[in-house]
Design a protein around this ligand. Sequence first.
Ligand code: NAP
Length: 246
Amino acid sequence: MLTEKVALVTGGSRGIGKAIALRMAQEGADVGIIYAGNEQAAAETLEEIRALGRKGAMAKADVGDYAQAQDAVKVIKEELGPIDILVNNAGITRDKLILRMSPEEFEQVVRVNLQGAFHMIRLLSPDFVKKRQGRIVNITSVSGLMGNPGQANYAAAKAGLIGLTKTVAKELAARNVTCNAIAPGFVETDMTRAMNEQTLEAALGSVPLKRMAKPEEIAALAAFLAGDEAAYITGAVIPIDGGLNM
Ligand code: NAP
């Protein structure tokens, strides 16, 4: 249970982030979400958090922009109080084979998926260190572990996020702050809905469990890592991929 905790979920307006926000609210946490621009989706998630009897807050920011991330954290802390749990879930893809990928497309994906997580950790870890308590959960991907054609930018960002996770875990362990990564395979969200149907079908063919994950399955693991029972887990990268990466 996450009673009396405050969680901040980036990309909490849709998909996996929304499922994590709602799961944490179900477990008793107040939840702030950061979204990039889909205000209606963010407002709906906020409604659902409040319908669960918890406090909620939302702030618009591009997490890849440090000043915007800083403003969003300020808004959420003003509404909900000090944050106990950070979930770095905001992410984008700009898939293209390396021969066609522009430097801008590479930079954009690394900026949101990797630098965004750094910004959030940089902004919240002083509070975690002061309280001698904090949980960081980073959403990486099997692409970061295995590589994936068409995803040089995304796989590099997600592999970088694993290095960031392990480093933060080592730096902050003495202050009772844990930092772990979840590496999903294919999950039923707008991100996979945007994929070419044939590519997706072929990809699912190599998943031993022969289906995609539901966002709620990722959310259950995120809530576990944020809870008391996971106090001795840090620096871990946990795949949740139907067996894809084995
Ligand atoms: P999604 O449905 O496309 O939702 C993306 C979320 O991130 C939205 O809430 C979006 O906000 C937010 N976002 C995007 N860019 C942002 C930015 N610059 N600053 C702040 N927020 C931003 O994605 P998803 O499938 O749920 O993916 C969530 C995470 O899981 C990502 O990190 C993704 O890489 C990872 N993942 C997904 C899969 C999969 O199969 N779906 C597999 C492995 C890993 P708006 O609603 O405002 O646009």
